[in-house]
Design a protein around this ligand. Structure first.
Ligand code: NAP
Length: 273
């Protein structure tokens, strides 16, 4: 049975992808850590849309998680012809105020897991000369961001890796697309401990999209054959202007917006990630 594998599907953008693809009659393999949420979503989607939705509850930062997932698909006789590498976490603040283990785990999830899953499922796609990969980056992939240094670097990695994959896999008729959401109403900011004033500094206040809007942009981008889809008009304008403005000019401005205040380690500017 053909399936689309979605990581980070227990909430936010990943869950919105699952609901959208289920409505379009795709069978799904959903991945995240929270088993009860995955079980509920799979039950709902199977019942509502008459598709097959299965899940694997696994922590993608753990060594061997990619192999475990691949083995599960073999055992269940699933052919992964769509891969949405969406699972990711964020963090913000002065590097030395952040927990080193958490930063390294974020790198493991945002970069290593994405590469490892691509590595595992590409051979089958190449052999069948058919497949689609969507890698979820962020507006943070377009320039270094002071006070979000590791997260932005991880998303720049995703962008660089994905653009290279597009070219490497063109001869095999595999579609590879980079998706760049800006601030989106999900559990992302809570998971990153960016709450209160910090949240509005990093999310750009009310300039947020819903996960459904992000997925709508992604599906439109995919259908239009886009290599990079930036979700949201303002984000597209920002990304476009970024081509003409040097990082040396942008970074001090971002630093001014996001630099933690001595009082509460918070910020109050508006900027969408
Ligand atoms: N929200 C935004 O403003 C925003 C902006 C730009 C880019 N993005 C990107 O969009 C992607 C999705 O984020 P989101 O906004 O939907 O955030 P979210 O609501 O926090 O969802 C994150 C998903 O990743 C899963 N996850 C987290 N750690 C995991 C781990 N160790 N192993 C397996 N799964 C894990 C979570 O499920 P469990 O907790 O159940 O594991 C959840 O399903 C991320 O790559 C993020 O960087 C988000």
């Amino acid at each position: 049975m053909n399936v689309t594998l979605i990581t980070g599907a227990s909430g936010g953008i990943g869950e919105a992808f699952a609901r959208r693809l289920a409505a379009e009659k795709h069978n799904l393999l959903l991945v995240a850590r929270s088993e009860p949420k995955l079980r509920t979503i799979c039950g709902e989607l199977t019942q509502q849309f008459g598709i097959q939705a299965q899940y694997v509850a696994v922590d993608l930062t753990k060594p061997g998680a990619d192999q475990l997932l691949f083995d599960e698909t073999e055992k269940r006789n699933l052919t992964v012809d769509g891969l949405i590498n969406n699972a990711g976490i964020g963090s913000g603040g002065d590097l030395l105020e952040l927990d080193l283990a958490s930063e390294l785990a974020m790198m493991q999830l945002n970069m290593n897991a994405l590469v490892a899953l691509t590595y595992r499922f590409l051979p089958g796609m190449r052999a069948r000369k058919h497949g689609t990969i969507i890698n979820v980056a962020s507006m943070a992939c377009f320039q270094p961001i002071p006070y979000m240094a590791v997260y932005a670097a991880s998303k720049m990695f995703v962008r660089s890796f994905t653009e290279a994959m597009m070219v490497e896999n063109q001869p095999f008729q595999i579609r590879v697309m980079l998706l760049c959401p800006g601030a989106t109403e999900t559990g992302f900011f809570d998971a990153a401990n960016l709450t209160g004033e910090k949240r509005s500094a990093y999310s750009g206040g009310d300039r947020t999209e819903t996960p459904e809007q992000v997925v709508e942009s992604a599906m439109r981008g995919l259908r239009a054959g886009k290599r990079i889809t930036v979700s949201g008009f303002q984000n597209r304008v920002t990304a476009f202007l970024g081509h003409f403005i040097p990082n040396s000019f942008i970074m001090p401005i971002l630093a001014g917006w996001l630099r933690p205040k001595a009082k509460d380690q918070g910020g109050v500017a508006t900027r969408s990630i």
